[in-house]
Design a protein around this ligand. Structure first.
Ligand code: HPA
Length: 236
């Protein structure tokens, strides 16, 4: 099964490994090229795995359709399994910096006027299907670093600003566990195209526990947490 991974801010895997082919996003027609720091902007092709090093965000001015394009491209080019990663702020007070969260549901506050679903009027947006990571898999991956994998609800916001305290309190009441500015376009497109999908947030800051790290701080935490992702996903 051909697999792809989309890497969020500061996240990296297979760093020292030479890809078979490294394609700059800018050379692929219609591919949206984001400019956020910590995103390399290349599609690296390994034998059985494609790695998307970075993504374009709606807050950078890209349309919903553009944000969905890379996932559509993957589906149309033979990818059957997709792992989506992102950096996110923890809203659940039980979360700690560096924890991971598998996304089991989401609230879409990114751009409510649109979505990647083809059949918008008939499908429930809550029905995302994801492939589960078991407790046993987490235990096996926790040999060097202890990995905490929560399962929870991701709220996607437009950004680029982080949330006010009042917004965080509201999102928590609504059932959200983590907040970020990406992933929903990819998740919806992957579901539309029948890809097997796993989405994981790296918790880079926790509301009420950590001070505002800013984007630089988020990238630093994400870099550190990449090791856990690599282990958990068996991508060494
Ligand atoms: N809010 C939104 N996006 C984020 C955050 C946050 O606190 N941390 C990392 N990405």
């Amino acid at each position: 099964m051909k697999k792809a991974v989309i890497l969020g801010s500061g996240l990296s895997i297979l760093n020292g490994v030479e890809p078979l082919e490294s394609i700059p996003y800018a050379s692929i027609p219609s591919w949206p090229v984001g400019k956020v720091k910590g995103h390399k902007g290349v599609l690296d092709k390994y034998e059985d795995l494609w790695v998307l090093r970075g993504r374009a965000h709606i807050y950078e001015g890209f349309s919903w359709e553009q944000a969905c394009f890379p996932t559509k491209y993957l589906a149309e080019n033979g990818i059957e399994e997709l792992i989506i990663t992102n950096a996110a702020g923890g809203i659940n007070p039980d979360f700690e910096i560096g924890d991971l969260m598998q996304i089991k549901g989401y609230l879409n506050f990114m751009k409510p006027d649109n979505s990647c679903r083809l059949s918008r009027l008939t499908q429930s947006v809550s029905n995302i299907e994801t492939k589960d990571i078991s407790d046993e898999e987490v235990k096996q991956a926790s040999t060097e670093d202890e990995i905490t994998l929560h399962k929870g609800v991701y709220v996607g916001v437009h950004g680029p600003n982080y949330e006010t305290h009042a917004e965080v309190a509201l999102f928590r009441e609504m059932g959200a566990d983590a907040v970020g500015m990406s992933t929903i376009p990819e998740l919806e497109t992957a579901n539309e195209h029948g890809l097997k999908v796993t989405a994981i947030s790296v918790i880079t800051n926790v509301y009420g526990k950590t001070l505002d790290l800013g984007h630089e701080g988020v990238v630093e935490v994400a870099k550190e947490a990449s090791k856990k992702l690599v282990k958990l996903l068996g991508l060494e």
